[in-house]
Design a protein around this ligand. Structure first.
Ligand code: NAD
Length: 462
């Protein structure tokens, strides 16, 4: 059922699977509020402003808000600062710390606050609940609340009930789940080029209004999945859990390839050409990271347990990922002949290229293990040195690749930044104490490195 939407933004039949296309309707911008100016919130706010909506983004953290009001993005995400500044300059995007004032004239309120793992592994939705409680008696029934944060299955309905209880309007406040699928490092691109838009609500009218918000800016057809709140919530968890599983699969296979003297990159290519498998997420590395995969996997595991259901694959994927850090550490240790008193140069700290985010970064986990084993680590990341210093205060951060490499017994590539593909091996060899290189991202061509007299270890490339 991939029919384009009809001409009227709110009219026409809406099926459960449609394609969204712009240029068909005469549309005008809608006043929107985005609550939470983090990675998702800021991209959402700036992206919708670029579409022509008038957006006010509310941020609670005073230091972040001060930066945002000056047009400074407090973290690195490719192209985001430019997008924010451009839309602030033309008056489409503004920032505030006053939630009550911000929602007053907004037709749609997106909530993009964090939903981290709690101590028991289940989602801590305190920040979301705080926002809802502070809004509950101030909303009118023409406004729509959109949960863009990743929230446990059942949250949309729970929030609907909570609002019905606390709000005195005669009509209920509509709650829509519109989970976010952006990839950090490509978040701006992904906002304008989504693979799909998932909208879940028991209110058909509210769902159609959210489709309309996206339609204003989309330049190509995008599939829209219109569904119930719970299904939208589960789609988000299932997608992240599946991707984490796929990466976990190729990572464990890389270990086996190492032992069996098979090149995992050729295996991955041979597998990925099968359209049932696909080539994406088949790159072995030091383990997946970022703020989502782990916490979302833990939430599903918790949900299964609460329902007395054995979801075995989830824990296996988490365990396989942890094992990956040890594998990288053991490769370094083998080359240096032990880690105690060794000096390791780490290239990359962010959990992936294109971002300064170090949340659950495998680079951070590997470095912690190296330090625990008695090594000194000097690290360099083009964007994440500051964030990494907060995560590991004792870490020595360098201003350049070659400063990090001074007297190192081994250099390890931990993040796939493009500039690490252009290493000057002659200079490295002169700078380092021992010419060892572990490439946990398989970023380099082994023969090209070995030609310069360095010992090279990739992942599953024997
Ligand atoms: P984040 O921690 O970077 O941002 C959350 C922001 O909300 C913070 O700046 C925080 O100060 C602010 N905040 C908290 N309470 C507030 C309040 N009451 N009023 C105003 N601001 C408030 O988190 P994030 O990475 O942007 O993730 C947000 C949500 O999106 C999470 O549920 C996450 O799972 C989901 N998500 C994240 C990604 C990603 O790549 N980061 C991708 C898809 C979905």
């Amino acid at each position: 059922m991939n029919d384009p939407l009809g001409n009227s933004p709110l009219g026409g039949s809406v099926n459960t699977d449609q394609k969204l296309q712009s240029g068909q309707a005469v549309v005008t911008g809608v006043p929107l509020c985005v609550i939470g100016g983090g990675f998702v919130g800021l991209v959402t706010a700036a992206g919708f402003a670029e579409f022509g909506h008038s957006v006010i983004c509310v941020e609670k953290d005073a230091a972040k808000l001060t930066s945002l009001e000056k047009g400074e993005v407090p973290f690195y995400e490719r192209d985001l600062a430019e997008l924010v500044q451009k839309n602030m300059a033309c008056g489409k995007l503004s920032f505030s710390g006053d939630i009550d004032e911000a929602i007053k004239d907004s037709q749609v309120i997106f909530i993009t606050v964090g939903t981290p793992s709690g101590a028991d592994g289940r989602t801590d939705h305190t920040a979301l609940d705080e926002v809802i409680l502070s809004l509950s008696d101030k909303l009118n029934s023409d406004q729509i609340v959109v949960l863009k944060s990743t929230v446990p299955v059942g949250t949309g309905q729970r929030i609907t009930r909570l609002l019905a209880e606390k709000n005195s309007q005669s009509e209920p406040i509509a709650v829509v789940n519109n989970p976010e699928f952006l990839r950090e490092g490509n978040a701006v691109y992904d906002f304008f080029n989504p693979q799909r838009i998932v909208i879940g609500s028991s209110s058909k009218e509210a769902s159609e209004k959210i489709v309309h918000l996206y339609r204003l800016g989309m330049i190509k057809a995008v599939p829209v999945v219109l569904t119930e709140n719970e299904t939208a919530e589960m789609i988000k968890y299932a997608s992240n859990a599946f991707l984490a599983t796929k990466v976990g699969f190729i990572n464990e296979l890389a270990g086996l390839c190492d032992l069996a003297s098979v090149n995992v990159l050729e295996v991955a290519r041979g597998m990925g050409l099968d359209p049932r498998i696909g080539p994406d997420f088949l790159d072995p590395g030091p383990g997946w990271g970022g703020s989502c995969f782990g916490k979302d996997m833990r939430e599903i595991i918790g949900m299964a347990k609460a329902n007395d259901y054995h979801w075995n694959i989830g824990q296996a994927v988490l365990d396989a990922n942890e094992k990956q850090y040890d594998w990288v550490v053991s490769k370094i240790s083998k080359l240096t002949g032990g880690l105690k008193n060794s000096k390791i140069a780490a290239l990359g700290l962010a959990f992936k290229a294109g971002t300064s985010d170090v949340r659950d970064s495998p680079a951070i986990e590997v470095i912690k293990k190296l330090i625990e084993a008695g090594a000194t680590v000097s690290a360099f990341d083009p964007q994440a040195n500051g964030e990494a210093k907060i995560a590991i205060p004792e870490l020595q951060v360098a201003e350049s690749i070659y400063e990090a490499a001074v007297d190192a017994d081994c250099l390890v590539i931990l993040t796939e930044w493009q500039e690490f593909q252009l290493l000057d091996f002659t200079r490295l060899k002169q700078t380092m104490n021992q010419p060892n290189l572990v490439d946990s991202r398989n970023l380099l061509v082994p023969e090209a490195v070995r030609k310069y007299g360095l010992k090279y270890e990739g992942m599953g490339q024997r």
